[in-house]
Unconditional design. Structure first.
Length: 144
């Protein structure tokens, strides 16, 4: 799941407000990686936040949704979890959590640096996502 923003002239497209008093549309796309074709496309104005797409998406059980950290919305992610779908995203650097379990049996040669089970600490975050999460630190080796 990702989005792209297309800048537009507000004089010509007054219906498409964007950031910084410019016009824009956003195209939110969910790719089905089995066929490399979009399975969902939503076109919005430029001010529509990426995470809002998760509120209108109909998750498929056992599907894996891969997204960037712009989609971090714990209420929506918990809804995905309850519908038995999976998600992968980068954690925000400001995420407040407590490590409740650490898996020390990892092979760092695969790029895996750590594997932890965490609980969110923030009052609101903990209410929106009350179950433990898995936090994996992975580093892709750069080729020279």
């Amino acid at each position: 799941m990702d989005s792209t923003t297309i800048s537009l002239s507000l004089k010509l497209f007054s219906w498409a407000p964007g950031k910084y008093s410019r016009g824009a549309v956003k195209i939110h796309t969910l790719l089905d990686l089995r066929g490399s074709i979009p399975s969902y496309i939503l076109i919005t104005d430029g001010k529509y936040h990426d995470s809002n797409v998760l509120d209108i998406l109909s998750p498929i059980p056992n599907a894996i949704y891969i997204m960037d950290k712009a989609y971090i919305d714990f209420k929506a992610l918990y809804h995905l979890h309850k519908l038995e779908a999976f998600f992968i995203s980068r954690a925000k650097t400001t995420m407040d959590y407590l490590v409740i379990e650490t898996n020390f049996n990892i092979d760092e040669s695969t790029g895996l640096k750590s594997d932890k089970i965490i609980e969110l600490n923030g009052y609101k975050s903990k209410q929106l996502y009350p179950e433990p999460l898995r936090l994996v630190d992975f580093m892709i080796a750069r080729m020279m």
